[in-house]
Design a protein around this ligand. Structure first.
Ligand SMILES: C[S@@+](CC[C@H](N)C(=O)[O-])C[C@H]1O[C@@H](n2cnc3c(N)ncnc32)[C@H](O)[C@@H]1O
Length: 281
């Protein structure tokens, strides 16, 4: 299990029945957390709570930092505020890979507000292609690029369905050195294309490995689906690597975050990583 202890601007203050209380910079939020079922109530004062599908006190915009990465956050329509803090271990991994791979082209599928894109951009790869179905996330990703003063000329923001985009890249014969993807359990492409991880993950991995076949160096697949374990994803990836005649260098992890004043952690997502060269993992 990976437990990220490098955050200064983020921490889980407590878990309480069905919720987590988190500090994002100076803002304290309470959000639904299905894994927090058996915990007691706390009396920590919060700035806003996501309950009955809305925020009790909307907060328009603020900024937090992880290492040298800055992110703009807001309480919008959903419980997510623009960042998945447990992904910090993957940002570190991507940067570690890119420091060893000059002039890389990186593809970030299901890229959301661009945290992984910004992490990659800090290492100045040749090109980053950021794909998401939701236009508003691309706008936030662009804001994050400005905030981080990364030269966004080499970042392409694409509003497309992940599978359709990979099929288009196949026709254009465009290859990548690295791909990172964080597919949700269910989703929709911009034209209503249905995404269901349990049905389409094999196709997604196939198409991604096609693009990594020639000069690919790494792949990161993150999932949050409760009906798909990291062992399922790992097994599927190994089958597909064998079909593609690529080396079976795979590691899988549960991601987790520490809880303040406690030895407990909160599990949050699972990650499977592949690298052509074993020492990168
Ligand atoms: C779990 S979030 C990704 C979080 C991101 N990796 C991060 O750490 O910041 C899932 C994203 O997938 C996008 N999405 C859902 N269905 C999609 C599809 N069919 N094609 C492309 N993007 C899709 C959503 O708009 C959302 O931004």
């Amino acid at each position: 299990m990976l437990k990220n202890t490098n955050w200064k601007d983020y921490e889980i203050l407590a878990l309480e029945k069905g919720f987590k209380v988190e500090r994002f910079g100076e803002v304290i939020l309470k959000r639904p957390e299905p894994l927090a079922q058996n915990k007691k109530r706390t009396s920590i004062p919060v700035d806003s709570t996501f309950i009955d599908n809305h925020w009790s006190h909307p907060i328009t915009s603020w900024t937090i930092q992880y290492k040298d990465l800055k992110f703009t956050l807001e309480t919008g329509k959903f419980k997510h505020v623009g960042i998945f803090p447990e992904q910090a271990d993957n940002w570190d991994f991507l940067r570690h890979c890119l420091r060893k791979i000059p002039n890389a082209k990186v593809l970030n599928l299901f890229g959301y507000t661009g945290a992984a894109t910004i992490a990659c951009a800090k290492e100045s790869p040749q090109e980053i292609v950021h794909v998401d179905a939701l236009k508003s996330t691309l706008e936030t990703a662009q804001k994050n690029a400005q905030l981080n003063q990364v030269d966004d000329q080499f970042i392409r923001y694409i509003n497309d369905d992940a599978i359709k985009f990979l099929e288009r890249e196949a026709r254009r014969e465009r290859n990548y050195q690295g791909i990172v993807m964080d597919p949700p359990s269910f989703g929709r492409g911009p034209k209503g294309e249905m995404w269901k991880i349990t049905e389409q993950l094999p196709t997604l991995i196939d198409l991604a490995l096609d693009r990594l076949q020639v000069e690919g160096e790494f792949l990161v697949i993150n999932t949050y689906s409760t009906n798909l374990s990291k062992y399922d994803v790992r097994k599927l990836l190994i089958e597909k690597l064998e079909e593609h005649n690529l080396p079976i260098n795979v590691k899988s992890y549960d991601l987790s975050l520490p809880i303040k004043d406690s030895t407990d952690v909160l599990r949050a997502g699972q990650t499977v990583r592949w690298a052509r060269q074993k020492h990168l993992l």
